[in-house]
Design a protein around this ligand. Structure first.
Ligand code: G4P
Length: 521
């Protein structure tokens, strides 16, 4: 197949949602339609014998949350779909944030009873700021939920995003009858169907069709007519351009658990979601998708396979055809490397790939070489915009259980920090051990667990009272009067850790020439 055909049939996306909204269930149903798995429960149940286990999974199982973030590839109707998995727990939202830099579109999954939940607002906002096209799927329609209009208002109020219904629910909870499809004027009837099937469609003749009159009570039909009237007259019509610009979000209703609305959503998704496209460069210009091979690392994860103790760098291909064994420039290291054993992942199973295309995610195994943001290029040295970081909100000091293990600790912490698990800050006046920062507490638990199991370096952590890190634009000069602690990050960028916003504001007032950034430059 030609390069351009391969690109056009690819869709690379992430699902973001609050834990429990149904992301695992939806993912599983999507995979069932694709034929990539053949039984329900396969996504959650892959930890059976024979599958690679990791330390991450121990934590995952202990806490019952998803810590890992892998990419899965599957095919449906001639399309190749790359689904970037994203941890639902807010403590790992930075991982999700980075996954979004590799996505071309996003599915915002909401629980119909809950709408947009507090913990995930930040992520939705990131998707919004990156102007990613966002689909909205409202799940659990088989249960009582909030009024659709309320959900539409909420999405608009919070994100300035116009949600435009493509389908519309008829009833909810035990009275849920199905959804009205605006494009066809027909109804997808809610019935218990087998996995992999589509819903029955009723009402070829529109709302006056006798089939519909038999299906709905007169009150339900009247309500639906009113709703349709409202949608057609009050809400803006769906506009593909507006969607692609990240200003409108097509809205779908369904029930992942009941397999309802999923196949229909998948087909609409494939038709509307953008294929991989050119990516801007840091110093202006852009890389076209059909340029020679380029890719960037958006995630580094250790110990995908305990037997090998390896580190996998996940790289999103931006342009060109990838072929196994090809040479590419590792731009930061200014060194040409041979890409011999790239993997693609299906859940936790891995296969070696011979060929891959823009939008695909390669798992590169190469100890210590890759950091988040690294670029691989067969098109000469170039830099994409940095993969952004969240400012840490939690800080700890560490003590070593064995004071002689300092060297091992520093190596471990540096490697784990390069994977983006924590951020390292060195107090300005010199200190034997750094202060560590993270977005969520669980990141420290991961660090502590991994230092112990991978680096044989148990540590004791002591919470510090800081709440934020602010980097100083343009570096030093050091402020004459400040509140908080002057530090340098692992790259030597100066920053101040503040205990509260009062400290930040006061330091700013006393040093009007300083500009604070909430991420390194
Ligand atoms: P998550 O990955 O976003 O955290 O959510 P997950 O899919 O695990 O779903 C959370 C719970 O919601 C699960 O129930 C799941 O069965 C249920 N669920 C998902 N989709 C629907 C739906 O359309 N309707 C209804 N009624 N429930 C839905 P659980 O009891 O917590 O777990 P499980 O024992 O069923 O796995």
């Amino acid at each position: 197949m030609q390069l351009n055909e391969e690109i056009q049939r690819r869709r690379t996306f992430a699902i973001i949602s609050h834990p429990d909204a149904g992301k695992t269930t939806l993912t599983e149903k999507l995979l069932l339609y694709s034929g990539a798995i053949d039984r329900a429960g396969s996504v959650k149940g892959r930890e059976g014998a024979g599958h690679a286990q990791s330390d991450w999974m121990e934590i995952e199982q202990e806490r019952g949350i998803s810590v890992t973030s892998a990419a899965m590839q599957f095919e449906y109707q001639d399309h190749v779909i790359n689904l970037l998995d994203t941890p639902g727990h807010q403590d790992f939202s930075e991982d999700t944030y980075r996954a979004l830099t590799a996505a071309d579109s996003v599915v915002m999954l909401l629980d119909c009873a809950k709408g947009v939940e507090e913990q995930t607002k930040k992520l939705f906002r990131v998707a919004r700021e990156r102007a990613l096209p966002i689909f909205t799927f409202v799940n659990k329609l088989d249960r009582p939920g909030r009024e659709p209009v309320e959900l539409i208002d909420e999405v608009e109020e919070l994100f300035g995003l116009h949600a435009v219904p493509m389908t519309w629910p008829i009833g909810s909870g035990t009275d849920f009858k199905g959804v009205y499809v605006r494009a066809t004027g027909q109804i997808q009837v809610f019935e218990r169907t087998k996995a992999g099937r589509k819903a029955r469609v009723a009402g070829e003749g529109g709302l006056d069709d006798p089939e519909i009159k038999a299906l709905l009570t007169p009150a339900e039909l009247q309500q639906l007519r009113d709703d349709v009237e409202l949608m057609d007259h009050v809400l803006p019509p769906f506009d593909l351009e507006e969607f692609l610009a990240g200003r409108q979000s097509p809205l779908f209703f369904g029930s992942a658990l009941n397999n309802f609305g999923v196949a229909e959503f998948l087909e609409e998704f494939l038709a509307m979601a953008p294929a991989p496209h050119s990516r801007p460069l840091k110093d202006g210009g852009e890389v076209a998708v059909d340029a020679p091979f380029t890719a960037f690392v958006f995630k580094v994860q250790a110990n995908m396979n305990k037997a090998h103790r390896d580190r996998v760098a996940f790289a999103r291909i931006v342009s060109g055809r990838f072929e196994r064994g090809m040479d590419a420039l590792h731009v930061r290291g200014a060194k040409s490397i041979k890409l011999n054993y790239p993997h693609m992942f299906f859940g936790r199973d891995r296969v070696i790939v011979d060929e891959a295309f823009p939008g695909d995610i390669l798992g590169l195994i190469n100890p210590g070489m890759f950091r988040i943001g690294d670029v691989l290029s067969a098109a000469g040295p170039l830099e994409f915009h940095a993969v952004p970081r969240f400012s840490p909100e939690q800080f700890v000091s560490v003590r070593l259980a064995d004071p002689g293990a300092r060297k091992g600790f520093l190596k471990g912490v540096q490697q784990i920090a390069e994977e983006g698990v924590v951020q390292v800050f060195w107090p300005r006046g010199g200190a034997p051990l750094p202060i560590l920062g993270a977005v969520g507490r669980l990141q420290f638990d991961v660090l502590q667990h991994r230092l112990k199991t991978e680096y044989a370096c148990p540590v004791i952590m002591e919470p510090r009272g800081f709440q934020m890190a602010r980097w100083l634009q343009g570096g030093w000069p050091e402020p004459s009067r400040f509140w908080g602690e002057l530090v340098e990050d692992s790259e030597g960028n100066p920053a101040i850790l503040f205990e509260n916003d009062w400290q930040r504001r006061t330091t700013q007032e006393k040093n009007p020439d300083l500009t604070f950034l909430d991420h390194p430059q």
